[in-house]
Design a binder for this molecule. Structure first.
Ligand SMILES: [Zn+2]
Length: 868
């Protein structure tokens, strides 16, 4: 802690001591066992990998998921309408998610102040200056929406307990009995996402039932939990959001380090984030708990200074700590809860509560009647939440004004703030990551667009996320490209321009300015990684298409055109893959082309395209209309192979993970097959779990068990296909003795990751990458490339020789290992040495969560080809 902040701290302690202490000792005494509800195994189930949970049966130290719904029922019934809740959706494993709203409308004043907010909300995104005027005229007679989200990581659970205590206190304390409660009821709308990850809570694991880290999913919005919750943020545009996590001792309240997402109006964010954390810190100090604030306190290398000295690296930069230098707890990725919220609302913090099993997490004099659990951790969340509400409510008019000011800057196309606009101590280039925005992003349809279906899918995402989209009303020539009627334009003079830019722009290469990222990926662009082509219209160029504002996301058109003995579908989008799998599942016969060919309209179609018989035209027509894809008649059938059924894929992993999830999302049958020593695969007495599968997908090493090895070897000898990703996916084949000469290099650590270009080695005539353009983009986490490929294999994709890194963190220059990446292969296919099995290896992982939807078709083409 700096001397300046120590002084502030003492001052704030004095202020706090002058007000009544928050009644943590009595609050929420009813939130404790015996629990209501019908018990299900909770925190006691075996984990997906077969290991035991940390909490033995009967000792789960938090409110179990099964008791949350009935507890909310009870509180709601006791709240006289002050508190309501609803089920917003179900988790991956089918458990309810709950949103609580505490919005007292008992008094005339409360109703008037809520109506003021409703009026402001109506104007916020399109007419923020009007909303500011409404706010100004209200003179403080307004409620502010604030949000708390608990339990996104299933093994960090005291936030849920603390939040339920807070809900009960706010909902059931008689009006007039508790000044804190009255203040919240009179001046705010509190939205609580009670448990973001029931699966993880039940399994006592970080991820959800699909093994996705939900705190990386806010931009992709792929998981049911995220889909259920992001609309709350969009509906209420909360000015502040707390995302409750553990465990850092002392409690970490997120004042994020560089790099800062360029979409944040950083002057506004910093003002409110630092101010609120000052209040949090004072409240914590007042009950004997300390806090850590990364940007204020940390070193350049992510260490915490000892006696004011950074010592972690041998003291080469001992004094480089504090706002100018601190790294490794950044707000770079918009995929974290508070970072998504700061691009939609204004302020937000992750709160990493302390852990009472360490030092610095005990609360002197605490007598909370709670028999189990970590009271220090729970108290840290409770105190941070209450002090946040108190601070934000006291400052609500200024805070709401500044949030609207961010929107106003957006709609007026205001220049970004400069370094001089940042508060003292932060007014340095190191903390200025704001860049000017382009004029617009364009998502063409028809003509040059690789997939209209994916263009429409992207527009749906944009509109669900509060981004204004317009449609071109008449064809318009821009930079040599004819934009067809119906093409989409996202002009950047809009309230959520920061979110639009981070979603559609390619991202930024931070390598020259940053040594560590908190977590990969360092780049995430839907514009560069999802399945639609997106153009950037720079500032200053002439761009005046006639456009109309979209009020609803339109449906992509599709159909069957031309004639012939077959109809062909290019496998160029996730939607096309799903359409193919749905037709196969419905019994429609199919083949795939092994070369490129002309359809009956004379247009060239890529190798890998799927051919359906003309007799299936009716089924194709209805599939095309539903999905927005096109089937083209083919008269002269090309060289082709049969598709006996949609390939059934065994994913070599202990439990459902991102790879299984993506394959299933595409409509494949895909299941996890564990390979460990105690797995069914390695049990000679049991059935062979690989029976019935056509191919394996693998990112792991070659297993050690003799039976597992023998069964995998037999699988490939019998013609089973192989798809591998990452360095392990290649090494597996070498260890298995399947092929020689395949080797990969990888450069991980410090969050190195990002978006690369890759060059298609033979465009339309290659089976795996035929549907891709000459140069395309892919995500890598970590950066990985092949240093050699088998001489008989075909290289489908390479990194370009120069300038192949687009965005993210990857120090290449001067790094001997990374130097070998230039021009290196990243996609290759061929047969094994025995000639029995077909194999495709990717240096990157095309199934990397839901980020690279653009890469999913190449896995699908690979699956068709390796399945003989
Ligand atoms: Zn966490």
């Amino acid at each position: 802690m700096s001397p300046r902040r120590l002084t502030l701290w003492l001052w704030l302690v004095a202020v706090l001591l002058a007000v009544p202490a928050l009644a943590t000792s009595t609050a929420g005494a009813a939130i404790e066992p015996p629990w209501c509800g019908t018990p299900i195994p909770d925190g006691t189930a075996a984990l997906p990998d077969g290991s035991s949970p940390t909490h033995p049966v009967g000792s789960y130290p938090h409110i179990p998921w099964y008791a949350i719904g009935c507890t909310l029922d009870r509180i709601q019934s006791q709240s006289n309408g002050r508190m309501t809740y609803r089920v917003t959706g179900q988790s991956a494993n089918g458990f309810d998610l709950y949103a609580v709203t505490i919005n007292a409308l008992d008094t005339k004043t409360q109703r008037r102040d809520f109506a003021t907010w409703e009026k402001i909300r109506k104007f916020s995104l399109d007419h923020p200056a009007n909303a500011q005027k409404t706010l100004e005229n209200a003179g403080g007679s307004v409620k502010i929406p604030l949000m708390i989200s608990a339990g996104i990581h299933g093994n960090e659970s005291e936030g849920i307990d603390a939040t339920l205590m807070l809900i009960e206190r706010l909902a059931t304390t008689p009006y007039g009995a508790d000044p804190f409660v009255d203040n919240v009821l009179n001046h705010s709308i509190l939205i609580v996402n009670v448990i973001q990850n029931p699966d993880g809570h039940i399994l006592n694991q970080r991820a959800n039932g699909n093994n996705f880290d939900l705190n990386r999913d806010w931009l992709t919005q792929s998981q049911p939990e995220t889909k259920a919750t992001f609309p709350l943020i969009q509906e209420w545009l909360p000015a502040d959001l707390l995302d409750q996590h553990g465990y850092v001792t002392p409690t970490l309240i997120e004042a994020t380090t560089k790099p800062h997402n360029p979409g944040i109006e950083y002057d506004m964010w910093l003002k409110w984030n630092q101010g609120r954390i000052d209040a949090n810190e004072a409240a914590m100090n007042a009950i004997g708990l300390a806090v850590t604030r990364p940007i204020n306190d940390w070193c350049w290398d992510g260490d915490i200074p000892v006696n004011g000295i950074c010592t972690g690296d041998g003291s080469s930069r001992p004094n480089d700590w504090g706002p100018r230098w601190a790294e490794s707890w950044d707000d770079w990725g918009p995929f974290y809860t508070p970072m998504y919220s700061q691009l939609v609302g204004l302020n937000g913090s992750t709160v990493e509560m302390c852990n009472s099993t360490g030092t610095g997490c005990s609360v002197p004099g605490t007598t909370i009647a709670f028999p189990r659990g970590r009271i220090g951790a729970r108290t840290a969340q409770y105190t941070t939440a209450t002090s946040t509400l108190t601070y934000d409510i006291a400052n609500r008019v200024d805070l709401m004004h500044d949030q609207l000011e961010v929107y106003r800057r957006g709609v007026t196309d205001a220049a970004r703030p400069t370094t001089a606009d940042l508060p003292p101590g932060f007014d340095n280039e190191e903390n200025n990551w704001m860049h000017e925005y382009p004029q617009a992003y364009v998502i063409p349809v028809g003509g040059t667009q690789r997939s209209d279906a994916e263009a429409h899918r992207l527009v749906r995402w944009l509109m669900e996320n509060g981004i204004r989209v317009r449609a071109v009303a008449a064809p318009y020539l821009y930079d040599g490209t004819r934009l067809e009627t119906g093409s989409f334009v996202v002009f950047m003079d809009q309230a959520l321009r920061g979110l639009a830019d981070t979603a559609l722009g390619p991202g930024v290469d931070v390598t020259s300015r940053i040594s560590i990222l908190y977590a990969p990926p360092g780049a995430w662009s839907h514009g560069s990684l999802w399945g639609a082509d997106v153009l950037t219209v720079p500032d200053g160029v002439r761009f005046k298409p006639e456009t109309e504002r979209l009020t609803a996301a339109p449906q992509a058109r599709g159909g069957v055109v031309g004639s012939g003995s077959a109809f062909a579908l290019a496998l160029n989008s996730p939607t096309a893959v799903r359409t193919m799998n749905a037709l196969l599942a419905g019994g429609t016969a199919a083949e795939f082309a092994t070369v490129s060919f002309a359809n009956s309209s004379g247009t060239q179609m890529p190798a890998g395209s799927v051919l359906f018989p003309a007799s299936a035209q009716a089924a194709l027509q209805s599939a095309a209309t539903a999905a927005g894809v096109w089937f083209y008649g083919v008269s002269a059938l090309p060289a082709r192979e049969p598709i006996n059924r949609s390939p059934r894929i065994a994913v070599l992993t202990p439990a459902v993970n991102q790879d299984v999830w993506v394959l299933r999302n595409l409509g494949f049958t895909a299941n996890p097959i564990a390979t460990g020593g105690t797995s069914a695969l390695n049990n000679p007495a049991g059935a062979n779990p690989l029976d019935g599968y056509d191919a394996v997908f693998n990112t792991a090493g070659w297993p050690g068990g003799a039976t597992a090895q023998a069964r995998l070897t037999a699988f490939f000898a019998g013609g089973g296909g192989y798809m591998g990703a990452g360095a392990n996916g290649a090494a597996f084949l070498t260890s298995a003795g399947q092929i020689g000469g395949l080797a990969a290099a990888t450069r991980g650590g410090n969050g190195r990751s990002g978006i690369v270009y890759w060059d298609n080695q033979a465009a339309a005539n290659r089976l795996i990458t035929g549907a891709y353009p000459d140069r395309d983009t892919a995500i890598m986490d970590p950066p990985t490339w092949f240093t050699s490929t088998p001489t008989a294999w075909t290289i489908d994709g390479r990194l370009p020789a120069m300038s192949f890194f687009v965005a993210g963190l990857w120090p290449i220059a001067g790094d001997a290992q990374s130097a070998t990446a230039a021009n290196a292969p990243v996609i290759a296919h061929g047969v094994n040495t025995a000639g029995s099995a077909r194999m495709v290896t990717f240096a990157m992982n095309p199934l990397y969560r839901a980020d690279p939807e653009r890469e999913w078709p190449m896995i699908s083409s690979a699956a068709l080809w390796v399945d003989q």
